[in-house]
Ligand binder design. Structure first.
Ligand code: CAA
Length: 258
């Protein structure tokens, strides 16, 4: 089935998902979120794909949940539907790495979706924020939690209480984004990075992702123990043997993804 609000492409081992609702600055309506979940299911199931890039347009990664779509919903509507849960959280259950390539606005749910990805590469014109407070609500898809973990309480609290936006330079200083690149190099850079990851051993990449994510879910001691056990597990793989043998023999490893 085709897509109305997104575009997808597969370039060698990299899957590209582009949010494509330009008239609404990629506002995350129910249809878009459903399509995004479906596209991620497809990328996850495709053995040829090793990493995914999620991006928007030059003007907006996504300007948030669709305000017009949700403005008339009642408490019972949103509570009974568990609004902003189904589909939205699909990004966080994806086992393959997802890079958010963000240009322009990443606001509200847009910022939250970017933060659900594994890391964010920002164009110079990127702007991040949780402006929900200015429309009479609060972040609903992890903004108060993930932003606080990324940038600390003081900045997160100020942004959530005032709706102030953060530019790319501040976002990089604060640790929200991994790198800033010139606007016209955003996609080439994100694709190069994704291809690099996709060219490594799939199971080992998955273990690294799982281990870093564990840092957000547990204590330091438990996290280190989890990491140590996964590290031990890598020694049960053919790729660990191949990677270390290739290093000693000064050649490029041939990953079996086993
Ligand atoms: N929902 C629905 N439509 C949106 C939208 C949104 N979040 N953001 C932008 N649009 C629409 C506008 O209504 C406008 O449509 P029309 O042409 O039909 O009027 C179109 O996109 C272009 O937007 P603007 O004319 O406003 O563009 P601008 O360049 O002047 O301003 C902006 C850009 C500062 C991003 C501004 O659009 C804006 O403030 N958007 C809303 C940001 C926001 O509050 N996001 C949080 C949403 S709530 C949420 O996300 C909850 C959650 O945690 C999940």
């Amino acid at each position: 089935m085709g897509y109305e609000f997104i575009q997808t492409e597969k370039k060698d081992a990299v899957g590209i998902i582009t949010l494509n609702r330009p008239k609404a600055l990629n506002a995350l309506c129910a249809g878009l979120i459903e399509e995004l979940g479906r596209a991620l299911d497809d990328m996850e199931a495709d053995d040829a794909i090793g990493a995914v890039v999620l991006t928007g347009s030059e003007k907006a990664f996504a300007a948030g949940a669709d305000i017009k779509e949700m403005s008339e919903k009642s408490f019972m509507d949103v509570y009974l539907q568990d609004f902003i849960t189904d589909g939205w959280e699909r990004i966080t259950t994806c086992r393959k790495p997802i890079i958010a390539a963000v240009a322009g606005y990443a606001l509200g749910g847009g910022c939250e979706v970017a933060m659900m990805c594994d890391f964010i590469i920002a164009a110079e014109n990127a702007k991040f924020g949780q402006p929900e407070i200015t429309i009479g609500t609060i972040p609903g898809s992890g903004g108060t939690q993930r932003l606080t973990r990324f940038v600390g309480k003081s900045k997160a609290m100020e942004m959530c209480l005032t709706g102030r936006l953060m530019d790319a330079a501040e976002a990089e200083r604060a640790g929200l984004v991994s790198r800033i690149v010139p606007n016209d190099e955003l996609m080439s850079d994100a694709l190069k990075t994704a291809a690099q990851i996709a060219g490594l051993s799939r199971p080992i990449v998955m273990m690294a992702k799982e281990s870093v994510n564990r840092a957000y879910e547990t204590t330091l001691a438990e996290g280190v123990r989890f990491e140590r056990r996964l590290f031990h597990s890598t020694f049960a793989t053919e790729d660990q043997k191949e990677g270390m043998a290739a290093f000693a023999e000064k050649r490029t490893p041939k990953w079996q993804n086993r």
